[in-house]
Ligand binder design. Structure first.
Ligand code: MGD
Ligand code: MGD
Ligand code: SF4
Ligand code: MO
Length: 689
């Protein structure tokens, strides 16, 4: 179908289609077509002209008008009247709200701006409604910096240390692979467009292997499922290397020319026999041997790594270990070989122009890790920490639901002396704790521009409809706060469209984006066929001198979980809490049709573990550890392996049983690399409620 046909094929008078981008934290970053009739969005579809989207959306965003026009949309600014967390508010004008917020933040900043903390993540992945004007505002203010680590930073750091950046295979070529390992990801849930390509490969005869502690929908549809224990992926990868080395399934030319540290890695791998790894991973040694044979003897072989496997103590090392595999076999030589965890490093986004760190003007505020927000909100002032946090401005995030160890997060946000502003589309758990709730626009109502971590196209989002009610864009709120606080820099006057143009500067043809809605980056088909990795050495760094200089292990190794399966008699079950299919993190939990599809908050248990505890399918249970207690329903099924329970995320607390969700149980500890959370490194016990 050609472009003009799309424009004409829209039925009805006063009807048009607007090109956009899906804003959600999903590797697929679909190109959208929104049909607007008389100013109202009536349908959101995938753009058929965008190859990665292929005209298809996931069930969540196919229903986007339901979310946009949801009766729960926040349509006016609100000021708290009840106790924190009670969710009691009164309407207030924008002018009154912004004047008071500017005055309160200004007064704190006059004492020490580091007492103010922005808290945001990927409610939208847009570069404009994300950290553009917000970055400028908080930099000019001198507020604490936020380390945005809650999802991907362990894997990201591992890729940087091994391949030199968040780079990898071009996703479209998975369709041509002969072996695909889906490693630590549930593609049917969280990356349907990749799954489409894997299916295409399968039809052409490819073998599909899933490496996951849970028997996911994806695992069921693969030829082989390696159902390992959580946090044991590095042991598996090292045993695969053991087999590659001992059977000489190596590309010695590629290794000699394009890698660093092979001899040392070889020695380490030789210590990881399949038997040793089998004992750690809880899978048969024969399965590891067979997998190594498949990987070592199939060309082209592709690994779709995902973030599920790096949410444990050793997550960084595990990603490093897996990322060594394609260089050992020379899989990178083929465009359908290699590995993809994230493609975001290919995008030349000009963050300095968007966020203007130069506005700090020499100041060096402290950095707060978003993972430890629970502890940090409760910390008194001290020499090491600096001032107590006195104000938090939340946008694009729902920390009450998504951050670990919720009991502490709740206690922190409940502080009566904390001044909290929440910019939101809906009255989330976090919004319930705000002093001011400011109504935010959705993707259909604002401009934005997107890179992605799953393909290699820039996607532009044009507003399809006017903002609902009194909703305002994030950028507009920060512009107005800047003006009220008296920041006169010209950059606070930039429009959203101007910000879209600044995002990639001359690297992307903006006219092409305006005309088509997307533009590709022009990455070579097999980017590392001849090495040229963006590391300091230009090679794939099995041994990382940079890590060694930090006093860390220069080679990848298996780093056991903080809470390894089987290490505690009180809490004998390892719990992982992967995404639910019909939610996106905590987004969409309030959309009735999607919540109905998801059913109830539940924890999956193997029949054997359930029987030992007298638990039957559908029964209300209490999952607990020293950090807290989570009430939900037991789902007794083979989706769980013995010894591991799956607490599917991430319900809003207020839709959960007794106001709890799974993050009651998770800890605020950090990974080996990247300062990331360890959501899936968590021991619990489960009893009938
Ligand atoms: N529908 C839906 N889609 C989503 C999301 C969502 O919440 N819902 N979340 C989005 C976000 S924020 C992200 S970051 C992406 C990617 O999000 P990911 O966190 O990668 O999520 P999944 O693709 O579901 O894959 C996680 C898988 O890892 C498995 N797993 C858990 N522990 C281990 C382990 O130790 N080793 C191995 N090998 N596997 C393990 C889990 O069982 C699960 O099947 O997905 C995005 N897409
Ligand atoms: N136990 C457990 N916890 C987890 C995970 C897990 O697997 N298990 N996954 C983790 C991961 S991978 C991630 S990425 C984090 C996700 O954590 P968050 O990024 O906080 O994601 P969401 O829960 O989707 O919350 C995003 C919020 O932003 C709002 N929003 C969307 N667009 C806009 C906008 O334009 N303006 C404003 N002001 N608001 C907007 C949405 O309404 C939504 O409430 O959660 C983490 N938490
Ligand atoms: S959530 Fe992912 S699959 Fe669904 S529309 Fe958005 S980018 Fe596409
Ligand atoms: Mo994420």
């Amino acid at each position: 179908m050609n472009e003009s046909l799309i424009e004409r094929s829209v039925p009805g008078a006063g009807s048009r289609q607007v090109r956009g981008a899906c804003p959600h934290d999903c590797p697929d970053t679909c190109a959208l077509l929104t049909t607007v009739e008389d100013g109202r969005a009536v349908k959101v579809q995938g753009n058929p002209l965008h190859i990665a989207t292929a005209g298809v959306l996931c069930p969540k965003v196919s229903r986007y008008t339901e979310r946009t026009y949801h009766e729960g949309r926040l349509l006016q600014p609100l000021r708290r009247v009840g106790p924190k967390g009670s969710g009691r508010f009164e309407p207030v004008s924008w002018d009154a709200a912004l004047s008071d917020i500017a005055a309160r933040l200004g007064a704190i900043a006059a004492r020490d701006p580091q007492a103010i903390l922005p808290y945001s993540y990927c409610g939208t992945m847009g570069l404009v409604q994300g950290e553009s004007m917000a970055g400028r505002f908080f930099h000019k203010l001198g507020a604490s910096l936020l380390d945005r680590t809650i999802c991907a930073s362990a894997g990201a750091e591992a890729l940087v240390q091994t391949l030199g950046g968040k780079v990898g295979m071009k996703v479209e070529f998975f369709a041509e692979a002969k072996l695909i390992m889906v490693w630590g990801g549930n593609a049917i849930t969280s990356s349907v467009h990749f799954w489409r390509l894997a299916q295409e490969a399968k039809r052409q005869g490819a073998r599909l292997v899933c490496i996951d502690p849970r028997r996911t929908e994806t695992a069921e549809k693969c030829h082989e499922h390696v159902q390992l224990l959580p946090g044991t992926d590095a042991a598996l990868a090292l045993a695969l290397m053991h087999e590659l080395v001992t059977h000489d399934w190596l590309d010695t030319d590629y290794i000699a020319q394009h890698t660093l540290g092979f001899e040392a890695l070889r020695e380490r791998a030789l210590r990881w026999t399949p038997e040793r790894a089998a004992a750690v991973c809880g899978v048969p040694a024969g399965q590891i041997r067979a997998l190594a044979r498949d990987y070592g003897t199939t060309t082209p072989a592709a690994i779709r790594l995902n973030y599920g496997m790096q949410r444990v103590r050793g997550g960084g090392n595990a990603v490093r270990a897996v990322a060594c595999l394609p260089a050992l076999t020379g899989a990178w030589r083929h465009r359908a070989g290699g590995l993809l965890l994230s493609s975001s490093g290919f995008f030349p986004a000009d963050r300095a122009t968007l966020q203007r760190p130069d506005l700090l003007a020499g100041r060096t505020p402290r950095t707060i890790n978003m993972v430890t927000i629970g502890d940090d909100l409760l910390r008194p002032p001290s020499a090491g920490f600096g001032p107590a946090i006195e104000a938090v401005v939340v946008y694009n995030s729902n920390p009450l639901a998504v951050a670990p160890e919720s009991a502490k997060v709740v206690q922190g946000f409940a502080r009566e002396d904390l001044f909290t502003v929440v910019m939101e589309q809906f009255q989330t758990d976090t919004a319930d704790y705000a002093d001011y709730v400011l109504p935010a626009t959705t993707q259909l109502e604002h401009w934005d521009i997107h890179g992605t971590y799953g393909h290699t196209d820039v996607v532009l989002n044009r507003p399809a409809i006017a903002p609902l009610g009194q909703a305002r864009t994030n950028t507009q709120v920060f512009r107005e706060l800047a003006q009220r606080i008296g920041f006169a820099d010209a950059c606070f006057g930039d429009s959203d469209e101007a910000l879209c143009r600044q995002a990639f500067g001359k690297h992307v043809d903006f006219q092409a984006l305006l005309d088509h809605g997307f533009a590709s980056l022009g990455i070579p088909d097999a980017p590392f066929a001849e090495g040229r990795f963006p590391t300091p050495s230009g090679r794939c760094e099995f041994f990382s001198a940079r890590l060694a200089r930090q006093g860390l292990d220069g080679l990848p190794d298996h780093v056991p979980n903080y809470e390894p399966s089987g290490s505690s008699a009180r809490y004998p079950l390892a719990m992982i809490s992967p995404p639910a299919r019909n939610f996106l993190n905590s987004t969409f939990v309030n959309v009735q049709s999607l919540r109905d599809a998801e059913g109830e908050p539940l924890i999956e248990m193997h029949p054997q573990d359930a029987a030992q505890r007298g638990i039957v399918d559908g029964q209300a249970v209490r999952a607990f550890n020293d950090r807290g207690e989570y009430l939900c329903k037991a789902s007794v099924s083979q989706r769980a392996r013995p010894g591991v329970v799956n607490g599917l995320g991430i319900w809003w607390r207020k839709f959960g049983m007794e106001g709890t969700n799974v993050n009651q149980l998770t800890s605020q500890r950090l990974t080996d690399l990247g300062r990331a959370p360890v959501f899936y490194d968590c021991l619990v016990e489960v009893r009938p409620a």
